[in-house]
Design a protein around this ligand. Structure first.
Ligand code: FES
Length: 236
């Protein structure tokens, strides 16, 4: 569960850089006259990227004014979507999924590791490197438990491999995203245990040569054509 409220300390103002302003105007042109508000998510996202990963209150007003939207509409959007951060985040922003599949597979242990190595939820470390929060399902349940760190997913986590990721990031190393237990994407953990008979793949052009030892060419027998039953003549 995430608490969504504006940071206590806010900057004086916000404005897009010239390059971002040009980009924003091009985004707005994608929509018909009177529908400029449709660009709201992309503009907020760009504003957040420009401001080190979080949206200050002046940025909300700035985007609202650009799109001729009521401030409350922008506030509704940014307090609904957890992709928008309303307070400063660390250079490595760790989003821990706490929804049911991840929770059943050990998300609580991952949160404990965050508390141990980063600190309390939604607090930035003194060196500015890390902060963490809990979010709802990030759509990678098959690799639960998982976290998103900046843009990347780190999956199949254990406290051990997760702590190692944090240590390596802190040391300035690149850490390969994806499953951390060696499996390929979401293939069965530990390897396949069903459909392992090579004969099943005999007709697969990428499989063994047909007729080679150990393979069976599977040919489906054609079914006899069904014929319509003859009608009996009615007695005249
Ligand atoms: S429940 Fe964690 S990714 Fe879906």
């Amino acid at each position: 569960m995430s608490v969504r409220r504006l940071a206590a300390e806010q900057p004086e103002g916000f404005a897009f850089t010239p390059a971002n302003l040009e980009w924003a105007k091009a985004q707005i042109k994608h929509y018909p006259e009177g529908r400029q508000a449709s660009a709201v998510l992309s503009l907020l996202w760009r504003a957040q990227a420009q401001n080190d990963g979080w949206l200050p209150e002046p940025a909300l007003r700035y985007v609202a004014d650009m799109l001729d939207m009521a401030y409350i509409r922008i506030y509704e959007i940014v307090t609904f979507y957890t992709m928008f951060n309303l307070a400063p985040v660390g250079r490595y922003y760790v989003q821990v999924c706490g929804t049911t599949p991840c929770m059943l597979r050990g998300a609580e242990d991952i949160k404990d590791a965050c508390r141990k190595h980063i600190g309390e939820k939604d607090q930035v470390t003194d060196d500015g490197l890390f902060s963490w929060t809990e979010v709802e399902c990030l759509g990678a349940c098959v690799n639960a438990p998982m976290t998103q760190i900046n843009k990347y997913y780190y999956e199949d986590l254990t406290p051990k491999n997760f702590e190692s990721i944090l240590k390596r990031l802190r040391a300035g190393e690149d850490v390969e995203p994806g499953p951390q237990d060696g499996r390929q994407t979401s293939a069965p953990a530990g390897g396949a245990i069903t459909l392992t008979d090579p004969a099943l793949y005999a007709n697969d052009p990428s499989g063994p040569e047909p007729g080679s030892a150990g393979t069976t060419v599977m040919v489906a027998k054609a079914k006899p054509k069904a014929t319509a039953p003859k009608r009996e003549k009615r007695p005249g």
